[in-house]
Design a protein around this ligand. Structure first.
Ligand code: N0T
Length: 524
């Protein structure tokens, strides 16, 4: 596969994350790529389970599959690596023309050590868990243990070395290092060893004025963890320890093969600044992103796993992880119909991907209808997005897309487009009357600005109208044309022109199946 028609070795470009004016793109084969992702359930990455995984990938039109690889399976015998499952995944992904994001379930899986090989679990003295404040052992590995770090580093480097050798065409485009690292049930390790480090001085790397400022501390602060970070000392100490550990594992892997790497976060409430005893401590939650950036420079992206409720919370989280120093990537989101619409916001921000969790249904028998209902909105959006994926990725990177997602209460929203303002109302609207407001907030729309008066509008469960702004203000306007169509390999193919009842009452109505419209506006 790595040879061209003349039998010469083909040069494949490495996937990488780039930044321009604070926006990002994931380059795959040298061009911006948008991951229309799906993640499998935790125990699905076994050859016998894959047929139903591919069925789900096909059903939702995903272009990227997020799939775990298990340390306990890869290195069941210490130093003896088994990559047979990786081989299977690579072959089958290529056959399905789907890219992979591999998830390294290793030292941490949801804060626990459950994917460590038996030879480690059976040697708790060498690979210990953390101790809580009361001196009790907690179900979470300690980040302060050299032996654990060394074992994980060796294994991850072996995985990356193997990928470099067997995947010249970059079927794997990104790797997640660990899974939701940190500790539930304690803010840090209180073992004698960790306590000793905690009582020493904060390392110089953390005492840079910009970093202290980002952490809301005096820029000249210095001293022990407690002195510098006060009530946040326990959490920051754990975050630093976990991030340094992961940073070293990632650096060793990257030295073998420089794929983009990321760490995913079990989130905290982004609105109330809670303390780390109410969420997983030490993971890349929004408040410790600056610590992770310093402690783990080999990690390209810090990513939110969105299982939160409420549009205010979810949009806030998306905003907190979309930073000039961090590409926006949502590697997990609940597989719920209300969640799909946030992808519009992620795409508009130039995000590099989105993925609902658990696409391969394992609901009990008799719940198949529910499973289909959960997949449906992702399936419908991905169907529209996939043939224009490269365009969306480029437009998002260039800042040409604006999006709205329906909020609780269904209030109308506006989008400023320079010479025009679009107003989006939610529900199925007929002749200006809201006969059918959406029962749940699921409406969504994005507008791509192709020219001053030319737009692509994609939406569902809403109604869109325009009004002239700026130099056009107060002028009489009309639609010159509204074409309904779809993209085929990056080219807009119209099916029909919408006119008459389909556009006269202010503008086009979008039903539950997303539509792609090419809109051309004019003033008199
Ligand atoms: C996720 C998934 C999987 C107060 C849960 C979410 C996945 C892991 N963890 O199905 O286990 O591997 O990354 C944690 C959600 C915490 C919600 C806390 C609400």
């Amino acid at each position: 596969a790595a040879n061209n028609a003349l039998g010469q070795k083909k040069a494949y470009l490495m996937p990488r994350v780039i930044e321009k004016n604070g926006r990002h793109a994931l380059l795959v084969d040298g061009k911006p790529y948008l991951m229309l992702g799906g993640q499998v359930h935790n125990s699905s990455a076994w050859p016998g389970m894959l047929p139903q995984v591919w069925a789900a990938v096909e059903a939702i039109h995903a272009n990227t599959l997020e799939v775990p690889i298990y340390w306990e399976q890869v290195e069941a015998v210490q130093g003896n690596f088994n990559f047979s499952v990786i081989d299977t995944l690579l072959l089958q992904a290529r056959a399905h023309n789907v890219r992979l994001v591999l998830l390294w379930f290793a030292t941490w899986k949801n804060g626990s050590n459950h994917y460590m090989p038996h030879w480690m679990k059976n040697n708790a003295a060498k690979y210990p868990n953390v101790t809580n404040k009361k001196g009790q052992l907690i179900d979470s590995p300690s980040p302060n243990i050299e032996a654990t770090l060394e074992a994980d580093t060796k294994a991850f480097a072996a995985v990356m070395r193997y990928l470099k050798k067997t995947d010249p065409q970059h079927t794997v485009i990104m790797v997640q290092v660990e899974n939701e690292p940190g500790a539930w049930d304690t803010q840090r390790d209180y073992s004698p060893l960790a306590q000793k480090i905690f009582e020493s001085r904060v390392p110089a790397e953390l005492l840079k004025p910009e970093l202290l400022k980002a952490l809301s501390r005096p820029t000249n602060a210095t001293g022990t963890w407690k002195e510098v970070f006060e009530e946040r000392a326990d959490e920051y100490f754990h975050a630093w320890s976990v991030a340094r550990f992961i940073g070293k594992v990632a650096a060793a892997g990257k030295a073998e093969y420089a794929l983009p790497l990321y760490v995913n976060a079990a989130l905290r409430d982004p609105l109330t600044n809670p303390m780390a005893n109410s969420y997983e401590s030490g993971g890349p939650t929004d408040n410790v992103i600056p610590i992770y950036k310093v402690a783990a420079p080999a990690i390209d992206v810090l990513s939110p796993d969105i299982y939160l409720d409420g549009s205010e919370r979810i949009l806030k989280v998306i905003d907190l992880y979309d930073r000039p120093d961090n590409a926006l990537f949502v590697p997990e989101a609940s597989l719920a119909p209300h969640m799909a619409r946030y992808m519009y916001d992620v795409i508009a921000r130039g995000g590099i991907g989105f993925s609902p969790f658990g696409i391969d249904s394992n609901l009990p028998d008799g719940k198949q209808t529910e499973a289909a209902e959960r997949l449906a909105p992702f399936e419908q959006d991905y169907k529209v997005f996939s043939p224009m994926m490269r365009d969306l990725a480029q437009w998002g990177f260039d800042g040409k897309i604006k999006a709205v997602v329906e909020r609780e209460g269904n209030a109308a929203q506006t989008i400023d487009l320079g010479a025009w303002q679009a107003t989006v109302t939610f529900g199925s609207n007929w002749r200006g009357n809201d006969v059918n407001p959406n029962t749940k907030p699921t409406g969504r729309a994005m507008v791509i600005k192709l020219g001053e008066n030319n737009f692509i509008v994609i939406g569902a469960l809403c109604h869109v109208t325009f009004k002239p702004l700026g130099s056009n203000q107060n002028k009489v306007w009309q639609y010159l044309s509204v074409e309904e169509g779809q993209y085929e390999k990056g080219v807009f193919k119209p099916i029909r022109i919408l006119n008459g009842d389909e556009t006269d009452w202010g503008g086009p109505r979008f039903g539950s199946t997303p539509m792609v419209l090419k809109v051309n506006l004019g003033v008199r």
